[in-house]
Design a protein around this ligand. Structure first.
Ligand code: ADP
Ligand code: MG
Length: 277
């Protein structure tokens, strides 16, 4: 049982570790007043200051308050102690989408189910001027009913921090999921960069491996720049067409999240009896 000192603000009892990311540790916690369980993201202030991320953490808080959507993890409240910041969030119990992929590729209908929910969340963010910038399977969680929830807005951007050219200039994200326009130094459209990452995610779900892979980072970036990938033979013609539009190395011709929702592959309904687990 958690001891006295493990009760935060007299309200949350901290439990087991649920996951670790680049900046944070996330614990199971129980609201001792309501009895409800939450996920508590704990970020060390010293770490945040050391890497100059203070503004970014403030942004994570304000962005998460703005984006209320069934496929986005909900932020309940933020607390702070002398040394730490605590995010009390909706608890998502089914683990990361990442762990499903590590077991191998998915059937097309199952991949479509997760992709539909991912795009629905991403389109919602984009319509509100929010760009996630770190979309990858580790930041996509699954609830008990097999619904996908986007989490970790720790690298997100908001319309207000575009420079005069209307573009973002901070290089961030995770190499294998990063768009060529983000690697380049000219500035990029945050929405188009997210769409690229969604393309990498869809490819991984259907293939069981990454579209751009190389032990050498420079060689991997070269493949990303050229949009040099090959769909495996089991991809359907419709899924190939959509992936080619998502992984278009030219951001100005790359498809938008709103247009993805109109594509025939996306719109196909998912069988109700489908097994997700
Ligand atoms: P970081 O910003 O350090 O990457 P994340 O917000 O991605 O931190 O959280 C790290 C990990 O904790 C996630 O990859 C996931 O496994 C777990 N996690 C995050 N949020 C939740 C949540 N709401 N419910 C359950 N597990 C979570
Ligand atoms: Mg993360």
């Amino acid at each position: 049982m958690a001891g006295e000192k493990n009760v935060l603000h007299g309200k949350y009892e901290l439990g087991r570790l649920l996951g670790c990311g680049t900046f944070a540790k996330v614990y199971h916690a129980r609201n001792v007043v309501s009895g409800k369980s939450v996920a508590m993201k704990v970020v060390g202030k010293d770490k945040v200051i050391k890497v100059g991320m203070t503004e970014q953490v403030k942004r994570e808080i304000s962005v998460m308050k703005m984006v209320k959507h069934p496929n986005i993890v909900e932020l309940h409240e933020v607390m702070a102690s002398k040394s730490k910041i605590y995010f009390a969030m909706e608890l998502v119990r089914g683990g990361e989408l990442f762990s499903k992929i590590s077991k191998g590729r998915m059937k097309e209908d199952v991949a479509r189910h997760y992709f539909q929910q991912l795009i629905s969340a991403v389109d919602f963010c984009h319509s509100r001027g929010v760009y996630h910038r770190d979309l990858k399977p580790e930041n996509l969680l699954l609830d008990d009913d097999g619904n996908l929830k986007v989490t970790d807005f720790g690298l997100s951007a908001f319309n207000d921090h575009l420079r005069q050219d209307g573009l973002l200039h901070t290089t961030c994200g995770t190499p294998a999921y990063v768009a060529p326009d983000v690697i380049g130094k000219k500035g990029y459209d945050g929405a188009k960069a997210d769409v690229w990452s969604c393309g990498v995610i869809l490819f991984v779900l259907l293939a069981g491996f990454l579209p751009f892979q190389d032990d050498n980072l420079v060689a991997m970036y070269r493949k990303i720049y050229k949009g040099d990938f090959k769909c495996p033979p089991w991809f359907s013609p419709e899924s190939r067409r959509l992936i080619t539009k998502l992984l278009d190395p030219n951001p100005s011709t790359r498809i938008t999240a709103a247009k993805v929702m109109e594509s025939s592959w996306f719109k196909k309904s998912v069988p109700k009896t489908m097994r997700l687990k």
